[in-house]
Ligand binder design. Structure first.
Ligand code: NDP
Length: 277
């Protein structure tokens, strides 16, 4: 059985560095996908209220036969629920859907033009006190957003979950996190497939005898970030989990580092203010 390294978050909560993401897996397919991921060895599932599949994650976890404290579950506050009263109600719904408290709970987007994310962050702190989640953090926060949380509140986010892949390496934001004890979680770690036909990465795959996805995921792990690739295919789930029997050397990581292009696959957090119906 593969042992995935754990990273200790502020407050002594240990998170497996490699997990499984369920964004864009349809609710009706999610329980099966999560069961297959658990069978492949994953013990960390990343979902969100806005993905619409928390209940199916909860069902697969409950029916897995694996003790709940051996599986790490993250979910995220909906963009529609930044207001404190709405946040409390939405969080209770997430906990119900998941069948119990979360391990990690994030503000999904800062929504800078819509509400006051500092007030939302203060509300999130109630949820750890109430035992609804073991740790809290944020997602898609930029340096000025994080700075406000650090300046105006007493609780440092355990993580910042942001878009990171070879074409968007996020040097300054990751360094800011490191400096302040905020662990970076890299979403869309293979840029939703965009990096798979890159000539430099194809050459590295040939050189290491691994797939491009494995090379890129290994690069993330060696940088110290948490990753949770999504796949609906059991063979690719296993492929993305087989990362612990090879390493990239300094020359190989430098060639990936050189691919940084500041190119996003997803929305820009400074401009994304979308609210679901
Ligand atoms: P990923 O970078 O994980 O890429 C997923 C895509 O790559 C799918 O189309 C998948 O297809 C394909 N794929 C996966 N593995 C392989 C492989 N080994 N070879 C070839 N193709 C492969 O993108 P995501 O956007 O899903 O990011 C991962 C997770 O990050 C999400 O599921 C979610 O949990 C989180 N996330 C968080 C966001 C946030 O705002 N906080 C935003 C976006 C994502 P197939 O399924 O057919 O294998």
């Amino acid at each position: 059985m593969t042992t995935v390294p754990q990273i200790v978050l502020d407050g002594d909560v240990a998170i497996p560095q490699l997990g499984f993401g369920v964004f864009q897996i349809k609710p009706e397919d999610t329980a099966a996908a999560v069961s297959q991921a658990l069978e492949a060895g994953y013990r960390h599932i990343d979902t969100a209220q806005m993905y619409g599949n928390e209940a199916q994650v909860g069902k697969a976890v409950a029916e897995s036969g694996i003790p709940r404290d051996e599986i790490f579950v993250t979910s995220k506050l909906s963009n529609a629920a930044h207001d404190p009263a709405a946040a409390r109600e939405a969080t209770e719904r997430s906990v119900d859907a998941l069948g119990g408290p979360m391990d990690l709970y994030l503000i999904h987007w800062p929504m800078p033009a819509v509400g006051d994310f500092v007030q939302t962050w203060r509300t999130m702190q109630e949820f750890t006190e109430q035992g609804l989640t073991r740790a809290i953090g944020v997602s898609n926060f930029q340096i000025p957003h994080l700075r406000r949380l650090l300046d105006e509140t007493d609780v440092v986010p355990a993580v910042n979950q942001i878009e990171v892949h070879p074409y968007l390496q996020q040097g300054p934001l990751r360094a800011f996190g490191r400096e302040h004890g905020i662990v970076t979680e890299a979403w869309s770690p293979i840029a939703q497939g965009d990096v798979l036909d890159d000539p430099v990465l194809l050459a590295l795959a040939a050189e290491t005898g691994r797939s491009v996805a494995q090379v890129v995921l290994r690069w993330h792990l060696q940088r110290g970030d948490v990753v949770f690739p999504k796949s609906a295919d059991p063979a690719r789930m296993r492929e993305n989990f087989a990362l612990f029997d090879f390493t990239l050397n300094d020359d190989q990581t430098a060639r990936i580092d050189a691919l940084d292009a500041g190119r996003r696959r997803g929305p820009d957090p400074d401009e994304f203010n979308w609210i679901p119906d």
